[in-house]
Design a protein around this ligand. Structure first.
Ligand code: ADP
Ligand code: MG
Length: 276
């Protein structure tokens, strides 16, 4: 979902409160609008008090008219959360609503089904996605029609390999066994004749398994050959399109940054005159 102004972020937060998620983790660089989201969110919960960044106090609490409490944590650069981890644990056990910025150091304490909102600065707008640890919850099509309903608990393990902010995708389609890497995780697929038809689906499925989507990819590396003519051609078309659409760096397997991948077939393409 695209958010193009501070006001839209406030509205999104306000709207989000209507669905009453209990625990939200906000991921995004400094100044992407995490705290701005919380300001809107607090308003949506009926809190009149002004919400300010808890950066220096680590946490701030706000009384919600219905009797509960909103607790806003910011663990920025707090590698060792110490006592604050206990504080958070306690508050998770009560019927409070928790919002966490920079929650990396305490992510093991957060419940398995908490909501993860990721904000990315993209040129002149913010790309916002809503996930849980299993995957994307809903790609809200338009701001304003924001409905977030599928807050069903999902019990799944951590996806540490892809839980940081860089997601490097590596693709090798030069042999009948397609190799896909998402950071350090490797996937193999005997694509056979399905490569052209199913490659995008395969990549997307693995992204989702890691709670990621297309726009989370930060860089693509492609095994540009030599190898299977058809495989390289299809793979190159896919990574060239993805890198261009997502506006992210593209590299060949030698680590050279390229504008587009030109497959190295290792020989002249075997396109002869049609046989009768
Ligand atoms: P964070 O908590 O992520 O560090 P803040 O919410 O404190 O970020 O600050 C975000 C800043 O960016 C605010 O000053 C806000 O006015 C500004 N801003 C500009 N455009 C947007 C937008 N689309 N969404 C959120 N904030 C925006
Ligand atoms: Mg902040």
């Amino acid at each position: 979902m695209k958010i193009t102004s501070e006001q839209e972020m406030l509205d999104f937060g306000e709207q989000f409160a209507k669905d009453c998620p209990r625990v939200i983790e906000l991921i995004g660089d400094v100044g992407t609008g995490k705290t701005t989201f919380v300001r809107g969110f607090a308003k949506g919960l009926g809190i009149k008090q002004a919400v300010t960044s808890p950066s220096f106090t680590i946490s701030k609490s706000y009384a919600i008219p219905d009797g509960r409490t909103l607790i806003h944590y910011d663990f920025y650069r707090l590698d060792n959360p110490g006592l604050m981890a206990n504080d958070l644990k306690e508050n998770l056990n009560n019927n409070n609503i928790i919002v966490v910025e920079w929650g990396n150091s305490i992510k093991n304490i957060l419940p398995k089904n908490h909501i993860i909102i990721t904000i990315k600065q993209k040129g002149d707008y913010r790309e916002v996605t809503i996930n849980n640890r299993k995957g994307i919850i809903e790609g809200l099509p338009e701001h304003g029609s924001a409905r977030v309903s599928a807050f069903s608990p999902v019990a799944t393990g951590e996806n540490d390999a892809t839980r940081n902010d860089t997601l490097r995708l590596f693709l090798d389609t030069s042999t009948p066994t397609t190799i896909l890497k998402l950071n350090s995780k490797e996937y193999k697929w005997n694509s056979g004749h399905d490569l052209a038809e199913k490659l995008l689906e395969f990549i997307h499925e693995k992204l989702q398994e890691n709670g990621k989507d297309w726009h989370d990819i930060s860089e693509i590396t492609f095994m540009s050959g030599p190898g299977s003519f058809t495989g390289l051609r299809i793979g190159a078309a896919v990574v060239n399109t993805l890198a261009s659409e997502l506006n992210i760096p593209l590299k060949n397997h030698k680590g050279e940054k390229v504008k587009i991948i030109l497959p190295d077939y290792g020989r002249d393409a075997n396109i002869g005159t049609p046989r009768k």
